[in-house]
Design a binder for this molecule. Structure first.
Ligand code: CU1
Ligand code: CU1
Length: 290
């Protein structure tokens, strides 16, 4: 039966506790760090001459759909009633909202070193040592809003702009595509300053700390962010029912720049034995509630 992913702002106290507890159990078993490792391994940029399935690429949406689903299944093996909540960052826009409360994600990092000091994922809780992608230490870091060089979360208008794109993705199928919903929402631009980061990418910048790079899965807010990104992909599909739900349809040919570097609609998308075409909908697996 399809389960429901709720807006994090409408979780009950018991639902918050169950999500946090299940996440901590998945961490304790070592499985959580396998998700971190996988994301690091698939953090391939379009400057590298190899296959990109997760970022700067058409399969950004289906890859993360499957990735979040795998994590949700891991949670459900611990507690069958738990789902991944989503964070609507167009509405819950400040460090004061309940998302960052001590019973859910915990709060900001401290100014000196970004170390998260409150909540279940604070190092001092004893539950959340960073094992993969360690930079400064074993503690989770954040820099909400980037105090030294403030940046705002993307707005509803920013998302609406991406939604007007009628094509799913466009040539050259990478971070420089200037048309298409995928890059508009993934959020790569060539602009200077803080305008360089749009939508999905801008949220990673706003949270800061571990959320900045390939090891971003170390911050559990990663899942709530990507559940909302997944919901926005649904919204785009509903808004453009006559558009191809995924592009490219055919793989680039030998001699073309993206040959063997991106995944077409009916090609396998590692590490799973699945094609983007099989992940265009999710109604039999889960739905999004309020
Ligand atoms: Cu990612
Ligand atoms: Cu992301």
């Amino acid at each position: 039966m399809a389960h429901t992913r709720k807006n994090q702002s409408s979780l009950s106290r018991a639902e918050r506790r169950r999500f946090v507890d299940a996440t901590l159990k998945v961490k304790r078993s070592g499985e959580y760090d396998e998700f971190v490792r996988m994301h690091i391994d698939y953090y391939v940029s379009d400057g590298e001459p190899s296959l990109r399935v997760a970022h700067m690429t058409p399969s950004f949406f289906p890859w993360h759909r499957r990735f979040v689903l795998e994590f949700e299944r891991a949670l459900q093996r611990v507690d069958a009633g738990v789902t991944v909540p989503y964070w609507d960052w167009t509405k819950d826009r400040t460090p004061a909202v309940s998302l960052w409360g001590a019973d859910l994600m915990g709060g900001n990092g401290r100014p000196s070193d970004g170390k998260v000091m409150t909540g279940p994922f604070a190092y001092a809780s004893g539950h959340w040592a960073i094992k993969e992608g360690v930079t400064d230490g074993e503690y989770l870091t954040r820099n909400l809003g980037r105090a030294q060089d403030p940046i705002d979360l993307p707005t509803a208008q920013d998302v609406a702009g991406a939604m007007t794109e009628a094509e799913y993705d466009a040539k050259p199928w990478d971070s420089t595509a200037d048309r298409g919903f995928r890059n508009a929402l993934e959020g790569w631009t060539s602009a200077g300053g803080s305008e360089r980061w749009r939508n999905h990418n801008r949220v990673h910048r706003w949270v800061g700390g571990h959320m900045l790079g390939g090891a971003s899965v170390n911050d559990p807010v990663f899942w709530l962010h990507h559940a909302f990104v997944d919901l926005l992909w649904d919204r785009w599909q509903r808004r453009h029912p006559d558009s191809a739900p995924y592009l490219p349809e055919q793989p680039p040919r030998l001699g073309q720049a993206q040959y063997q570097r991106i995944v077409a609609r009916h090609e396998l998308m590692p590490p799973w034995n699945v094609k983007p075409n099989e992940l265009l909908g999710h109604k039999n697996l889960y739905r999004y509630g309020d």
